[in-house]
Design a protein. Sequence first.
Length: 531
Amino acid sequence: MNFLQRIFPLPLLLLIFFVQAVAMLINFDVYDTREIAIVLCWVPIFTLIHYYSQSKIVYYVLITLFFIEGLLTLIHWIILKGPLTASSLFVLLNTNLDEATDFVQLKFNYYYLMVLPYFGLFFYALKKQNTIIEQQPKNYLYATFLLLPIGFVTENYVNDRFVRKGVPQTIEAFISFAEEVKSYNKLKKRTVQQVDAKLNINHTKGNTFVLILGESANRNHLSVYGYSKETSPKLKKRSDIIIYDDVVSAYSVTFKSVLSMLTNSTIENNLNIDEAVSLIDVFHSAGFKTYWISNQSPIGVWDNAIYNLAQTSDQVVFVNKFGNSSFESTYLASFDEMIFEPLQTVLQDDKKNRFVVVHLMGSHSSYNKRYPSTFNKFNNHSSDKEQLINEYDNSILYNDYIVDSVFTMLNNAANKNQHQLFSSIYLSDHSENVYDENNHVGHDYAGTMPKSNVEIPFVLWVSEEFKQQELVYQTIVKNKNQPFVTDDLFHAIIDLNQIDYIGLNQKCSVFNTNYIPRKRVLEDGRDYDLN
Ligand SMILES: [Zn+2]
């Protein structure tokens, strides 16, 4: 026991276990037990440095580093009831103090008092410097215990997941945050890139494609996917849509998910966004006019990445001008019907080939800000929880109206231009957990990602003229039950529009006869299909 204590000094262990214990106490559902193993693996490395330096200063610095890491983790758990992640850093750093106060609803809870004993443990650890240095262990003991972290770290590094699984969560969050900011800053200077892409030679008709990018829609809350409440009455009535029932988003945050859908960057190839080719590049190069119509806010750190990509389109319209930041806009109402007018204008444009992205506010929290009062259909509730579910379902109901209206607009345009092909995909950027799992609301996660974070609706609409391409249409209908991950959407959309592009991989296109479903390892590193 004594020799163990020399490798794992008690004051350091107290600092570590205190934070982990409070985290478990606050929300065990989202706590990842791996975290203890990861932190403990780092301890022998730090104590080794301390012993061999024989320096007080080194000890103080090391203890302080452990303390600061722990303090940030602790405060984050107390305020946000979950581990610190790159996404929560994006949210926190993107808001001013007023908004942050709103966001975390800084109500006093007794967990705040936990910070006091933690400071106590820190001072205790500082005082214990001398007693620890006297107990220098034998070298062979070190060799044994160093094998643990070395083995662990190497295993993670070899599997190319050092940052994801090899360092404590808080450190990981800061590293990924810094990496992403770097990549997005490069994206700011992005202009449309010319790539070697052209419309298939047999495909000379005009072509209009509209991608309807939804927000936080959980397909298990759509009646068209079997939900008990009638939340998608309009889509249910349509006979001209194809419903894909096994599509998941690769990520559970907007900017990552949307960027992976619109570029050739995937979880598997891990391509930097600023180096990736986008659908806007491909369609522009193939002679399409590109449009971006958005009801999301153009301002804000995390959406900036999407905005930077959006502005490489020929025509960009942002209809949501209410918020000073993307964060603020989540608390304000800007109904998605505001995209109808600019979309109608685009459809009247006499361009032969059009590529349009429509980015909706969808079911972004706060849910009750997403629909006009006429859509307040589900309003019988006896608890706050039921009320929130009702509000979410009302937003899904309104979304049904929006998506259906866009399909109808396209259908009308197709009837007026019968020699042209029209098609559209509606999907959500990610899903939303509305008490579906873990008694939790949102699309954040820790450890294992809940399925309700990624199970999204994916609906295809094509015009009558489009259906005349029999083989293409038959494949689309045939593949509707295939498993698919949205970071391959890039390939599927290029394929659907019959563009010859060297970067198109038919195996990745769910609309292709050569489609091969890949192993669905998602953002959390786990296989979605394994329970
Ligand atoms: Zn989102």
